[in-house]
Design a protein around this ligand. Structure first.
Ligand code: DOR
Ligand code: ZN
Length: 335
């Protein structure tokens, strides 16, 4: 039987939510991942040191039996340097959302005026705090990410020492940016390596595949696959696993988000195996993130096997990608 071992897998873009949802969902990531960068788009968003520390404690309390490092992120505001100095040891990154662009992002940035943002971004650069960005404009849905490239360029050139992570990239345009600016990096989800817009709306409409940014064209997926499968040193795995209750997905007005946390490693093995690239998966799912963020997770070893796995219909009222379907790989053991 074919098996594959991964050490210290990391999910560098993860929504764990809060309350009962957090208690139900966090253990699923904690089971198979060593750690993850936790997104701050709660209601209200995480913007103070007190909220950040209290949220981290709630996450730790939700995963009492597994070792899992919640790397914390703060919701971007035009913070001053004194505040950033006080919080920089408690966070791994700051996450910037354009205002209103996705779930719980209403308090995000409404203008990318460099002079206005300069004190914050320069301070982040000086303190070595990476900036993670949801890079979409409010343009036509298929063009939103490509249109954002000029903003990435503006930020990357004005703050050459600031590490900027283009989150959950979905386009060839974003892939092409990686080699243009030394301070641009990216996360890629598992679903954007598998699906295109056709899978979402080409046949029967699939609410559980609806997310932001929306899946794009086959040529975009090819470009993503190329850098992921070759473990380009500037790309990392970030699931963007985004749980919503079943009734909010299967409704008139479907919430954006694909829930993949419990099947992410199995699907990654399936995709990397399909393209004969399993040797590069360790870099994509852990080593690259360790070097980019300068983190050193505690030891965890996951053995996966090429044995079919029937994906549950739901995990505590949250429907995962491929619910009820059979995928090619399973988790054999976790140590
Ligand atoms: O599909 C998405 N869901 N995209 C995001 O950017 C946010 C996320 C969520 O929080 O549900
Ligand atoms: Zn996200």
């Amino acid at each position: 039987m074919k098996t594959h071992t991964l050490l210290m897998p990391l999910d560098m873009h993860l929504h764990l939510r809060d309350g009962v949802m957090l208690e139900d969902i966090a253990p699923l990531s904690a089971y198979s991942f060593s750690g993850g960068l936790v997104m701050p788009n709660l209601v209200p968003p995480v913007t103070t040191k007190e909220e950040l520390e209290a949220y981290k404690e709630r996450i730790m309390a939700a995963v009492p039996n597994d070792y899992f490092e919640p790397y914390m992120s703060l919701f971007y505001k035009n913070y001053d340097k004194a505040f950033l100095e006080s919080v920089c040891d408690s966070i791994l990154a700051i996450k910037l959302y354009p205002a209103g662009i996705t779930t719980n992002s209403e308090g995000g940035v409404s203008s990318f005026d460099i002079e206005t943002m300069k004190p914050t971004l320069q301070a982040m650069s000086d303190l070595g705090i990476p900036l993670c960005i949801h890079g979409e404009t409010d343009g036509f849905v298929m063009d939103r990410e490509a249109e954002f490239m000029s903003i990435y360029e503006l930020l990357a050139t004005n703050f050459p020492d600031l590490k900027i992570i283009m989150e959950h990239i979905t386009t060839k345009a974003a892939v092409d940016m990686l080699d243009k600016h030394k301070n641009l990096y990216a996360t890629i989800t598992i679903h954007h390596l598998i699906i295109t817009l056709d899978d979402v709306v080409g046949g029967m409409m699939k609410p559980h595949l609806f997310c932001k940014p929306i899946a794009k064209r086959p040529e975009d997926r090819e470009a993503l696959l190329h850098v992921a499968l070759s473990a380009h040193p500037k790309v990392m795995f970030g699931s963007d696993s985004a749980p919503h209750p079943q009734h909010k997905k299967e409704s008139c007005g479907c919430a954006a988000g694909v829930f993949t946390a419990p099947i992410a490693l199995q699907l990654l093995c399936e995709v990397f195996d399909k393209y004969d690239a399993l040797d590069n998966l360790q870099s994509f799912v852990s080593d690259n993130a360790q070097s980019i963020y300068g983190i050193c997770p505690e030891f965890k070893e996951i053995v996966l096997e090429k044995v079919p796995f029937v994906v549950p219909h739901n995990y505590s009222h949250v429907v995962p990608m491929y619910a009820g379907e059979t995928i090619g790989w399973s988790i054999q053991s976790v140590e």
